[in-house]
Design a protein around this ligand. Structure first.
Ligand SMILES: Cc1cc2nc3c(=O)[nH]c(=O)nc-3n(C[C@H](O)[C@H](O)[C@H](O)COP(=O)(O)OP(=O)(O)OC[C@H]3O[C@@H](n4cnc5c(N)ncnc54)[C@H](O)[C@@H]3O)c2cc1C
Length: 193
């Protein structure tokens, strides 16, 4: 996609453009597999969601009049298999302790999302007060933190236990990402608010 965007901008600027693609197909990390499935079914093996804060992509969708579908991110019937326990999202929401993560007493009865929000709320509340000014301050103060380090040694609020952090990693799909920047993660959470 970025290659196509770059090429189209260069073309608009009056250049002759040739695009080279190393593989035998277009799309890069966007990959829809259409067979062998029953009629109309398909599988997304790459990017599939366009968050509402991807403003540039939204502009291109508008420009070319593309059709978009609502993405169902989660339903109450979603199966959960974590920590060796099988359940559903609805049951987990009602009783987060069912997954038996070894959380601290003050963390009991809270979902992974509630635990994460509890830890980063002082920061998101601060940003909301004056986003233009306060984002700069948050980046300056916290850019040295990874998400997992921030959750473990929270400089502005409640630190989380290893069990709580593990549940956030697994249930919120953050496994593999917590070593990335705290401010980058928080910008996603803030944008979703
Ligand atoms: C499993 C998965 C799920 C994702 N889900 C989402 C999502 O839901 N929402 C979202 O916004 N993003 C998602 N992403 C990220 C998103 O796919 C990428 O950010 C985006 O596709 C990057 O586009 P790009 O054009 O910059 O790079 P790419 O899509 O990687 O395209 C680069 C292209 O350049 C080609 N190329 C590389 N080297 C050369 C070379 N030397 N010569 C010629 N051609 C070359 C490659 O073959 C490829 O076609 C996901 C990614 C993955 C892998």
């Amino acid at each position: 996609m970025s290659g196509l965007v770059a090429a189209s901008l260069l073309k608009q600027a009056g250049h002759d453009v040739t695009i080279f693609e190393a593989t035998g197909r277009v799309g890069g990390r966007v990959l829809t597999i259409r067979e062998p499935f029953s009629e109309g079914s398909y599988l997304e093996a790459g990017a599939m969601r366009i968050p509402n804060y991807h403003y540039l992509v939204a502009e291109y969708i508008k420009k070319y009049g593309l059709r978009v579908n609502t993405f169902v991110n989660a339903t109450p019937n979603d199966p959960i298999y974590a920590n060796g326990i099988k359940t559903t999202a609805a049951i987990y929401q009602r009783n987060p302790d069912i997954l038996r993560y070894p959380v601290a007493p003050h963390e009991r009865g809270k979902t992974a999302e509630e635990l994460l929000n509890m830890a980063i709320k002082p920061v998101t509340d601060f940003i909301i007060q004056n986003p233009r000014r306060n984002w700069e301050i948050v980046i300056k103060e916290f850019d040295k933190y990874s998400m997992s380090f921030f959750l473990q040694y929270n400089p502005v609020g409640v630190s989380l236990s290893t069990g709580a952090i593990e549940s956030i990693k697994v249930l919120m799909g953050l496994e593999g990402f917590p070593e990335l920047s705290f401010s980058g993660h928080t910008s996603g959470t803030y944008a979703a608010l």
